[in-house]
Ligand binder design. Structure first.
Ligand code: SAM
Length: 296
């Protein structure tokens, strides 16, 4: 199956398919279909798909991106929540032996094993999907996000956009900003600009912290009070979580170069120092008990 020759061919395909299915794109479901063939070609080229790759697409829609991938990869999975669109994808590509539709909410269904994820995400699930992707092993993701959301990947410590997401994505991956995409590239056009981003998952030997689960719980705990001073969050957490005063609250909070800082000003390296230092002072078992209960 050939990919799109022009944007007008792609746009006609989208309009005709919507008419055939008698559906109106739902804003609630983030149904803004990409109708710019140059962007689709660019996105697929960035993924550098080989015949060994297993591709995951989240939100297949009418298959406008699917069509440009399915014949290049060893296997392709598409997750689509809208049953009508999922059936349409199955009818259109289901006869291709390497293709599988997973009907359901991508936040809830189990992801299959994959090497690359290429998706024009429904923006309302950007955050849970990004955190979910980061818990999986993969090589590369080429993803379309709302621009404001994507900017958080590149935010500097101390800036307004710096968040738990900024820390976690840069802990686990290397991100590259690829392109800003205008609303007119979609049908219907969304009210906001979009961004294409490449996310390369770090390999084991590139890991910044040994205990990623514990560190992630620590970051969740701190960033739920990101404007506060480190000492105040740690002190109330330690006091609340451990009743006996044998706990090393004072040791943990003794003057330290980072305890007086506001949480959102700490870089990943500083957060890792703080985490490892507290773990050492408090003791591994008690520390993991405290943060696993605090981050819930
Ligand atoms: N892949 C198409 C494209 O590139 O034009 C469609 C992308 S459109 C931005 C997002 C798609 O995600 C829609 O088809 C929508 O039905 C689907 N969707 C919305 N919420 C979803 C969810 N929670 N899980 C899976 N798919 C979802």
């Amino acid at each position: 199956m050939e990919c799109w020759k022009s944007s007008s061919e792609l746009k006609s395909y989208v309009i005709n398919s919507l008419n055939q299915l008698n559906i109106k794109p739902s804003q609630q479901k983030g149904q803004n279909f990409l109708v710019n063939s140059n962007i689709i070609n660019f996105q697929v080229a960035q993924a550098n798909i080989s015949s060994k790759d297993v591709i995951l697409e989240i939100g297949g829609g009418l298959g406008n991106l699917t069509r440009c991938i399915v014949n290049k990869a060893k296997k392709m999975y598409v997750i689509e929540a809208d049953r009508t669109l999922a059936n349409f994808l199955d009818d259109t590509y289901g006869s291709t032996s390497n293709f599988e539709v997973i009907t359901g909410d991508a936040v809830k269904v189990d992801f299959p094993t994959f090497t690359k994820c290429i998706s024009n995400l429904p923006y309302q699930i950007s955050s849970p999907i990004t955190f979910k992707l980061l818990r999986h092993k993969f090589d590369l993701a080429i993803l379309m996000y709302q621009k404001e959301f994507a900017q958080r990947f590149f935010a500097e410590p101390g800036s307004r956009d710096y968040s738990r997401l900024s820390v976690m994505i840069n802990l686990k991956a290397k991100c590259k900003y690829l392109k800003t995409i205008k609303p007119s590239s979609f049908l219907p056009p969304p009210k906001i600009q979009s961004s294409l981003v490449a996310i390369k998952k770090k390999k084991k030997n590139e890991k910044l912290v040994e205990d990623e689960t514990g560190f992630s719980q620590f970051v969740t705990l701190l960033f739920s009070h990101k404007k506060k001073i480190v000492r105040s969050v740690l002190s109330s957490t330690l006091k609340r979580k451990v009743k006996q005063s044998k706990i090393p609250t004072n040791i943990a909070l003794e003057p330290d170069k980072y305890n007086e800082r506001r949480i959102f000003t700490l870089s990943i390296e500083e957060l890792i120092y703080l985490y490892n230092n507290l773990k050492m002072k408090i003791g591994e078992d008690l520390w993991s008990d405290i943060i696993s209960r605090s981050a819930k």
